[in-house]
Design a protein. Structure first.
Length: 307
């Protein structure tokens, strides 16, 4: 069913390549640019953000074929801009023309592909038909741009995409770049409601990944989630506690300990391990353990000082 729907979406793209939908005098390209700018801004203009959300939702599912097509854009590996960008990049900073560098490095198609990712968040239910095509793009490691974009778009689709992420992480043959994109996508913007019990479970898997970069990306994300909500503390704390393994480097353990502090007393299950870590031979590590205990179980420190 999903595959049939995806094929139908592809057919619509081919039939309507030049008929980009509009609303209130602006094209879909313009609306998703406004939405992305405000969505990712430290101090967004909420009037613009709400207007862009309304416009994209008014365009409705007619937007999905275009979004799906745009996220699949791959920067050309050659051509005038590509060659000029490489040439300009070799010039010393003092003689490098800024306007030429900006022109050579800019790409409206790339920008639109990035903007499209955010818009999938507005179509969580309706965008299920896009999942097969997004998975296909994500798994195409020969096209790193679309692969990354597709993973991030799947992340914004939420719970429906998480079983796909979980399966990919569990497969030891999944390439590093895909696992890394999944670790980032599953933990994107928890403060904006971009996480769920399913995404936290995916991050828990990633936190045990054999690759240090994937593992520590997931550990940081689990900490950010704890800073916004403790709704999933059981899954997250268990995953972080499992990072105090003898075969994990001290950097991983330090990050796990720091992320645990965001869960406060919800992380008390880790207290026995933290107490044991007070005996660490690393003089720089022990103060960090003490600090973590102050957040998680302050009475442990108080009792220790009273002795």
């Amino acid at each position: 069913m999903l595959l049939t729907g995806a094929l139908a979406l592809t057919a619509v793209i081919l039939l309507n390549r030049e008929r980009e939908p509009t609303y209130a005098g602006k094209s879909l390209t313009e609306w998703i640019a406004i939405h992305a700018d405000e969505f990712d801004h430290m101090q967004p203009d909420f009037n613009k953000l709400l207007a862009s959300k309304k416009a994209i939702r008014q365009i409705g599912t007619n937007a999905l074929p275009f979004l799906l097509n745009w996220v699949s854009f791959e920067s050309p590996k050659n051509g005038l801009k590509k060659n000029l960008s490489e040439l300009v990049g070799r010039l010393p900073n003092e003689i490098r023309p800024r306007f030429l560098r900006r022109w050579a490095e800019s790409d409206l198609n790339e920008e639109r592909a990035a903007n499209s990712i955010w818009a999938f968040f507005l179509f969580r239910d309706e965008a299920r038909l896009c999942i097969p095509r997004l998975v296909e793009l994500m798994n195409d490691t020969n096209s790193p741009g679309p692969s990354r974009n597709a993973a991030f778009a799947l992340g914004w689709l939420g719970p429906d995409a998480m079983p796909i992420f979980s399966k990919a992480i569990a497969d030891t043959n999944t390439p590093f770049c895909i696992r890394m994109n999944i670790a980032i996508a599953a933990g994107m913007y928890p403060e904006l409601g971009g996480c769920s019990a399913q995404s936290v479970a995916v991050l828990a898997q990633c936190a045990q990944d054999p690759d240090l970069r994937v593992r520590e990306t997931a550990i940081r994300a689990l900490g950010r989630i704890g800073g916004q909500s403790r709704a999933y503390s059981g899954i997250a704390v268990a995953a972080l506690t499992n990072c105090f393994r003898a075969d994990f480097p001290i950097t991983t353990q330090y990050l796990a300990m720091r992320s645990l502090t965001y869960y406060g007393n919800e992380a008390r299950v880790a207290v026995p391990i933290l107490i044991a870590l007070l005996e660490s031979p690393d003089p720089y590590f022990r103060p960090s353990v003490t600090n973590a205990l102050r957040f998680i179980a302050p009475e442990v420190i108080t009792n220790a000082l009273a002795k």
